[in-house]
Design a protein around this ligand. Structure first.
Ligand SMILES: C[S@@+](CC[C@H](N)C(=O)[O-])C[C@H]1O[C@@H](n2cnc3c(N)ncnc32)[C@H](O)[C@@H]1O
Length: 271
């Protein structure tokens, strides 16, 4: 299936524009998604992760299993009970809500630069230890050394300045704090990103490429996702949504399949 011209221009602009335009485009895009779906109960915006180990979930979380599994693999083995935790790029809050419930941090704050998404989350989730606020990953609205763990799921590819983001995470973490990061990159950019992690002062505890498990998840939900997009999204921007959602035959999906893009996860510590 070929990509329509507006979808192609949009995808290229998101990837290739200068930082400030990229930031604005992504902001516009996520506001648009939130507005388009503010009555629809979809709570995750990641590609998902197929986990052979099948972590145990509450029955109410089963419909979101693949998306929760990406969160779970990102923070696996990190102790959060009674700790202060931050999610950067929390989107529609499904991951933060699941972590607040199952890992029992004393407080979990989700930050996102989409005002609509933050408002939706604060209306949807009524958990005492969970709160959402508007903020930019590159200029986090917190004091130094405020958190024990910061995590980030499929959001940092939108940031115009990844250096600033990593420095901000380092700043708001306490000494010995955890930084759990997962997202997609091409190999060259991933090498540069890893150097940024290290030069900022993080030590890498573990890292893994998880592209295969992400493709498996994309394949598993492909038909349902395509149907949902057809049902909910106007024809004029449907192709852009399919591309964004990683539907089979769109550029992001094809890049995962060809190895041009890879999905990674890193667990790090602030030294
Ligand atoms: C693909 S969604 C993933 C959302 C969520 N982590 C999930 O897995 O469902 C990326 C999110 O990053 C947010 N985002 C993008 N750029 C941001 C920035 N500079 N600061 C804060 N949030 C940002 C978007 O608004 C969006 O909610």
């Amino acid at each position: 299936m070929s990509m329509g011209v507006p979808a192609k221009i949009f995808a290229i602009s998101l990837r290739c524009s200068p930082a400030f335009i990229q930031n604005r485009l992504w902001k516009w895009w996520y506001q648009r998604i939130s507005k388009a779906h503010n009555k629809v109960d979809f709570r995750f915006m990641n590609y998902g992760y197929l986990d052979e180990a099948k972590p145990v979930l509450e029955p109410e979380d089963e419909p979101y299993r693949l998306f929760i599994q990406l969160y779970e693999i990102n923070i696996r083995n990190i102790e959060m009970k009674d700790q202060q935790v931050l999610e950067v790029g929390s989107g529609r809050g499904g991951g933060a809500s699941w972590i607040a419930k199952s890992k029992k941090p004393s407080s979990l704050i989700g930050v996102d630069f989409s005002k609509e998404a933050v408002t939706l989350c604060n209306n949807w989730y009524e958990q005492e230890n969970l709160n959402f606020i508007e903020g930019n990953a590159q200029d986090l609205p917190f004091e130094d050394s405020s958190f024990d763990t910061v995590y980030n799921v499929e959001s940092s590819h939108c940031y115009g300045d990844i250096n600033k983001f990593v420095r901000e995470v380092y700043r708001v973490l306490r000494e010995g704090g955890n930084f759990c990061w997962t997202d997609f990159r091409n190999e060259e950019i991933m090498e540069k990103t890893e150097k940024i992690f290290i030069s900022t002062g993080f030590s890498i505890v573990s890292k893994k490429e998880i592209t295969g498990e992400v493709i498996d998840a994309l394949d598993m939900i492909n038909d349902a996702k395509r149907e949902r997009i057809t049902e909910l999204v106007p024809r004029s921007i449907r192709r852009s949504f399919e591309t964004f959602a990683g539907v089979q035959g769109t550029p992001v999906y094809d890049s995962f399949k060809s190895g041009k893009l890879k999905y990674y996860k890193y667990q790090m510590k602030k030294n």
